[in-house]
Design a protein around this ligand. Structure first.
Ligand SMILES: Nc1ncnc2c1ncn2[C@@H]1O[C@H](COP(=O)(O)OP(=O)(O)OP(=O)(O)O)[C@@H](O)[C@H]1O
Ligand SMILES: [Mg+2]
Length: 230
């Protein structure tokens, strides 16, 4: 079983520690949702899990192996994909080039399900990704990440700026990868409805601490919302 575990993660920037002993796990066919207000450390956690930020202490373990010192591109080769919150596409490359960038060859219909759901991308395949709106760039990043068919995908606020009807389509595509293909996801979100429509388990961060953790079904919407309002 390809389980992904992180334990007692402490990390931050310089001498300032943002995360204080955060732990969690996700397995095949499961989605772990990470919630929390602005600035509590959600992106910091995903960057640490993707290998972009060194840990001050703690462990990240993938399929029984410690990922200490394994750089981001090696994690991708081990089927851990990452879609960052910002700077999600290469603006100077075309939409098509962005999609195929990380794949060794253009494998037929890999992106067909995403392009069928997001016709705006399909129409703009030859255009610079920099000409897309912020929400369209997030869609492109989401489509690219799903098309990698990684065993685990780390998604940082995938629905930020995306139109509501496309958010529903994103949820459908994500659930298909999870339910039909056994993919695992860690999804950071502030859109509670989207998160509740895809997550099996949730982890709520507040000021670098985990303040709530467990199966989504064990929490009411109100309990989760209480941690998001300022
Ligand atoms: N490169 C950096 N250098 C120094 N401090 C940083 C850096 N990036 C983030 N921080 C600080 O770390 C803390 C957590 O930031 P982080 O981006 O992880 O939060 P977040 O939960 O993702 O917020 P948001 O909801 O706005 O995306 C904040 O106080 C932020 O100012
Ligand atoms: Mg963030």
């Amino acid at each position: 079983m390809k389980d992904f575990k992180f334990e007692n993660i402490i990390c931050g920037y310089g001498d300032t520690m943002v995360l204080r002993r955060v732990s969690g796990r996700v397995g095949p066919g499961r989605v772990l949702g990470i919630l929390g207000r602005n600035g509590v450390g959600k992106t910091t956690l995903l960057r640490a899990l993707a290998g972009f930020l060194p840990l001050a202490s703690g462990q990240v373990n993938w399929a029984g192996r410690d990922l200490q010192g394994v750089p981001p591109h090696r994690r991708l080769a081990e089927s851990i994909a990452y879609a960052p919150q910002e700077e999600v596409v290469f603006a100077e490359l075309s939409v098509a080039e962005n999609l195929w960038l990380h794949l060794p060859e253009r494998q037929g219909d890999r992106y067909a399900p995403m392009l069928a759901q997001f016709p705006r991308l399909a129409e703009r395949m030859a255009q610079r990704a920099g000409s897309l709106s912020g929400g369209e760039r997030k869609l492109l990043s989401f489509a690219r990440t799903l098309g990698l068919r990684a065993d685990l995908s780390l998604l940082d606020e995938p629905t930020e700026g995306v139109q509501p009807e496309n958010i529903e389509r994103m949820a459908t595509l994500l659930r298909h990868r999870r339910d039909e293909e056994g993919a695992a996801f860690i999804v950071v979100e502030q859109n509670l409805s989207f998160l509740m429509s895809v997550a099996d388990d949730v982890l709520v961060l507040d000021h670098g601490d985990c303040v709530l953790q467990g199966p989504l079904a064990s929490f009411g919407r109100d309990a989760l919302e209480a941690h998001l309002v300022v």
